[in-house]
Design a binder for this molecule. Structure first.
Ligand code: ZN
Length: 291
């Protein structure tokens, strides 16, 4: 009699208890650095999938059918305002109406995307109203994103609120340290130190640390020989010594300029998974190249 009662009790226990707290929250983000941010705050409580696969571009990405299916089982989506979202975010949200879509870039004052090109002999900065989407590359802006991620997690999983709050505070402390470190690295280098970069992903980094980025890419394309000559001339006149390039992408233009101006190529990846180590390395290499 007792055994039967116990078995019955066990069955009820198995049926009702394990559901909610056991499994990690299923989270989707747009780009790899966001996985780093969400895991900092969510820890073991989250299982983070990334939409833009490694090596793909957040400017042109098209979600895979498999990813669209996975969204149906996702608890929350953290967007960041990268260009592919313009076309896809509505469709992403439509796959799962119960899934909140959080705009982690909300509250960030975006700067216009600068585009240097030459007209006659003048270098112009052209705005065209396009806002720079690369908000994840400056620690002060990541603090704002961290806040929005925290709010999102609290909304879908309030039961673990104190854990998220605690992790969030630790992450903010880390960001403050990192920010101070990078700031220190460029202290005394003079305001407005210019660097060239193939794809202009480093505008907010430059803004945060008193630097100035000069894009090589012209309207998303490789510069033509005449434009390349112009950029070399510009770099010589302005004493530019550092060229940022991404190892995965074609960097012949960057190499040609670096050679002509006796400058250094600093390899940087705006989408690195190890976000903090990457930024530290970028700052360190940048600083070394300036000496
Ligand atoms: Zn970009």
């Amino acid at each position: 009699m007792n055994k039967v009662f116990f078995a019955g009790f066990l069955l009820i226990f198995i049926c009702f208890v394990p559901e909610a707290p056991a499994r990690p929250l299923r989270v989707f983000v747009s780009i790899l650095p966001q996985k780093y941010f969400v895991e900092k705050i969510g820890g073991d409580l989250v299982d983070v999938a990334v939409m833009v696969e490694p090596g793909a571009s957040p400017h042109t990405y098209e979600p895979k059918p498999k990813q669209m299916v996975a969204l149906a089982k996702t608890n929350i989506y953290f967007a960041i305002g990268v260009p592919f979202e313009t076309t896809w975010l509505e469709k992403i949200a439509a796959t799962n109406p119960a899934m909140p879509v959080v705009h982690t870039e909300a509250d960030i004052k975006k700067i216009p995307m600068k585009r240097h090109h030459h007209q006659g002999t003048e270098l112009e900065q052209d705005h065209h109203g396009i806002k720079d989407p690369h908000v994840w590359l400056a620690p002060p802006l990541v603090m704002i994103q961290a806040r929005n991620i925290l709010q999102g997690l609290l909304k879908v999983d309030p039961a673990h609120g104190s854990v998220y709050e605690k992790n969030h505070s630790s992450f903010i402390k880390e960001l403050i340290v990192l920010d101070a470190e990078i700031r220190g690295a460029f202290k005394g280098k003079g305001k407005g130190v210019e660097f060239m970069v193939f794809h202009p992903a480093w505008g907010y980094f430059a803004q945060a640390y008193g630097l100035e980025q000069v894009p090589i890419e012209i309207e998303g394309k490789q510069p033509k020989p005449a434009e390349l000559q112009y950029l070399i001339q510009y770099a010589k006149e302005r004493g530019i010594k550092v060229i940022f390039a991404q190892p995965q992408f074609s960097w012949q233009a960057a190499q040609a300029i670096a050679k002509s101006i006796d400058g250094q190529i600093v390899f940087v990846d705006p989408l690195a998974a190890e976000w903090d180590a990457n930024l530290r390395q970028v700052a360190f290499r940048f600083k070394s190249a300036l000496k």
